[in-house]
Ligand binder design. Structure first.
Ligand SMILES: Cc1ncc(COP(=O)(O)O)c(C=O)c1O
Length: 463
């Protein structure tokens, strides 16, 4: 039979490879030992024991020659580095906020804004929690309230904007606790825990309209806002012809500031920032950053890191880049869909999320199906993924009980500009193998539980 002709023209990565880093394969026996020693937690594996590392897209990006050249132009002055001013003007150009406070990474910014805006007893509505974001909101004495649309909790719903805020849920909360107890709405673009799902411009605009009249601010988690902008361009009516750059700026314009983990969209290995429009909040943040991160013109980073972020901003909005970035995630996801492996639909921006609840329907949630699935994929091929289910959800800060999220997922996260289509094929085939052997697998029990963000360091044993 002749090879089938393609139904559409392909995209290709808009770069070629100049430097390579060898990958190591391991034997099954080696992996059995390694994962056992890691307490069946992929976060505790050594990277030298991993073949294809799809743990996270955070700080795992490949920088361009333009960014590396910028690293040599690092101005390592303690105060007033040239690179700070470059980053500041780039942030103003691409994100549109007035003031910039650099931080070592996203959670540094989350810490500062939470301490400034949240009082004990406050409520923070948001479009699904993120682990570090909620932790900082709770440490400041706040209570996070999930106001995302119901479709976000349903892995099979094909809603194009599963990151949207449910306006009724938001209004109900405002009525119930009163606007004075809500310092800001915490809106993420895209929503990591929902499967990398976007929020629409129409929705953020409506959220703005509702919160503005009550004096409630909106703080955007802009970590993957460029990926969100791509989904707006391809899915929201009226945005087809707008540039990614213009959509990003429009998205931010409905918010009062953002926290940013530069380790994602900005195509760097370390860095982040807080950006705000309010001068008083900025003055406080600029003062706090000195205590927790470093002087307000470096925020715990080297000058070269600030330069790499500024240059990353120019590259992140290139249409050919973002199309290939999301296209690669889609390529992997579509393979799994074609093999009828349950994944979160639609395919997200930074990762493919496997539905562990469906794959291991015989394993109770308290026996950690997603944690088990991530361990099994590693055992099969050395591909590293991570749990996003009951372990990541942690315990209720008031009752101390385990939270039971509706979604019990394994995140197969694609670093930017790092792996090829062949790596996606190998990964997909390993997931298929594990899926076909699913009935033989048993769950696990937790044998060590740290107090904060337990998914990073918890240990497990086979039941
Ligand atoms: C949506 C989201 N917000 C915030 C953060 C925290 O950023 P960082 O890891 O740079 O502290 C992350 C990181 O994974 C994230 O995915």
């Amino acid at each position: 039979m002749p090879y089938p002709k393609p139904s559409r023209r392909s995209w290709a990565e808009p770069f070629k490879i100049k430097v390579v880093e060898p990958l190591k394969t391991t034997t099954h026996e080696h992996r059995v030992k390694a994962i056992k020693e890691a307490g069946y937690n992929t976060f505790l594996l050594r990277s030298g024991d991993v073949y294809i590392d799809l743990l996270t897209d955070s700080g795992t990006n490949a920088m361009s020659d333009y960014q590396w050249a910028g690293m040599m132009l690092g101005d390592e002055a303690y105060a007033g580095s040239k690179n700070f001013y470059h980053l500041e003007s780039s942030m103003q150009k691409y994100y549109g906020y007035k003031y910039l406070v650099p931080t070592h990474q996203g959670r540094g910014a989350e810490h500062i804004i939470s301490q400034i805006l949240i009082k004990p007893g406050d409520y923070i509505p948001g479009n699904m929690y993120f682990t570090t974001t909620r932790e900082h909101q709770e440490l400041a004495g706040g209570t996070f309230v999930d106001v995302i649309i119901d479709e976000a909790h349903d892995s099979e719903s094909n809603h194009p904007f599963k990151g949207n805020v449910d306006l009724q849920k938001l209004e109900d909360l405002i009525k119930k606790v009163g606007p004075k107890k809500i310092p800001y709405a915490s809106v993420a673009a895209t929503v990591n825990m929902a499967g990398g799902q976007p929020i629409s411009i129409g929705n953020i605009k409506a959220v703005r309209k509702m919160t503005e009249k009550h004096g409630i601010k909106i703080i955007l988690d802009a970590t993957r806002a460029v990926e969100n902008a791509y989904f707006i361009k391809t899915r929201e009516k009226g945005y087809e012809k707008k540039s990614i750059e213009a959509i990003l700026k429009e998205l931010c314009s409905f918010t009062d500031g953002c926290t940013m983990s530069g380790k994602k969209d900005l195509l760097v290995n370390i860095g982040g920032f807080l950006a705000v429009n309010d001068k008083d909040v900025f003055d406080e943040a600029r003062n706090m950053v000195v205590v927790f991160e470093g002087l307000h013109t470096y925020g715990g980073l080297a000058g070269r890191d600030l330069e790499a972020m500024a240059r990353g901003m120019e590259e992140m909005v290139e249409e050919t880049y973002i199309r290939s970035r999301i296209g690669q995630v889609e390529y992997l996801g579509q393979k799994l869909i074609d093999w009828e492996i349950p994944i979160v639909r639609p395919i997200g921006g930074h990762a493919v999320f496997l539905d562990a609840k469906k794959i291991y329907s015989h394993i109770q949630q308290d026996q950690f199906p997603a944690q088990t699935l991530a361990a099994e994929i590693y055992l099969d091929s050395g591909v590293r993924t991570m749990e996003r289910g009951i372990v990541s959800a942690g315990r209720d800060s008031k009752t101390g009980e385990n939270r039971h999220p509706k979604l019990e997922l394994v995140r197969v996260t694609i670093p930017r500009r790092v792996y090829t289509q062949a790596h996606m094929d190998v990964t997909a085939e390993s997931i298929l193998e594990v899926y076909e052997n699913r009935k033989k697998v048993k769950g696990m029990r937790m044998i060590y539980e740290p107090k904060h963000l337990r998914f990073f360091q918890a240990k497990f044993a086979r039941t």
